[in-house]
Design a protein around this ligand. Structure first.
Ligand code: FMN
Length: 211
């Protein structure tokens, strides 16, 4: 089996958000799609270990913020490589609550549209849960071009963490040199020392940890 055939599947990139009992959170996903139009329903696939998954399960609603090509790697790093258990992801950001209270980034160039959904079904698929949501509101921000997953990899040089549905471990390198992972954007550098600056998100060497 050629597992890289999976890389031929196309996706977009999204920030799925949720809120429950005053806690607002969200995480990056590539697994949002419209599944029916009568009624309009949207599915998202979220890892059970993600705080966002637990908030969607408890609250029964979520919002899908469609990311644009303008989304910064620092933003993706904060939302996709860190957990809301450790940080307040929306601190300092202008957030509009959806009709259920889920964070919407309507004034950010990083988001082109927001879909508000009420959970109508869920499927346990092992490591992840597929939530199906009835579309109860939808808005376009007027900003940007929606980002595809291919653009994220090819142009942004973005990485994918293990909790993503589409994660594939990198093939083992033949190099004896150590590897260093940027804790902000996931970029992996091979070398005796971490680079002075991450070539992807431009953070300093102090943000690198040895893999
Ligand atoms: C490019 C990219 C794609 C991702 N796709 C998914 C996904 O489809 N489903 C998922 O559960 N996590 C996905 N993730 C990982 C989550 O965003 C990540 O585990 C996040 O830190 C969870 O945060 P939370 O604990 O605050 O919910 C993806 C991350 C990136 C950067």
């Amino acid at each position: 089996m050629d597992i890289t055939a999976l890389f031929q599947l196309s996706y977009g990139l999204y920030l799925v958000t949720a809120s429950h009992e005053g806690k607002e959170n969200g995480c990056i996903i590539n697994t949002a799609c419209q599944v029916t139009n009568t009624p309009n329903q949207v599915a998202v696939t979220v890892n059970k270990d993600n705080l966002t998954c637990q908030l969607i399960e408890k609250s029964g609603h979520f919002a899908v913020n469609v990311l644009t090509e303008d989304a910064h790697m620092e933003f993706i790093g904060r939302m996709g490589f860190k957990s809301g258990r450790d940080i307040e992801k929306f601190a300092g950001m202008e957030v509009t609550p959806s009709l259920y209270g889920d964070p919407m980034l309507l004034t950010s160039r990083e988001v082109s549209a927001v879909l508000t959904c009420k959970v109508t079904g869920k499927l346990d698929v092992g490591t992840h849960i597929i939530f199906v949501g009835l579309l109860t509101d939808a808005v376009k921000t007027g900003f940007g071009t929606p980002m595809t997953y291919a653009y994220y990899h090819a142009v942004k040089k973005g990485a994918t963490p293990p909790k993503a549905s589409s994660f594939q471990a990198a093939p083992e390198t033949k190099s004896d040199l150590p590897q260093w992972r940027c804790t902000v954007c996931g970029h992996v550098h091979t070398g005796e020392n971490p680079p002075d600056e991450c070539p992807i998100c431009h953070q300093g060497k102090d943000k690198f940890v040895r893999v």
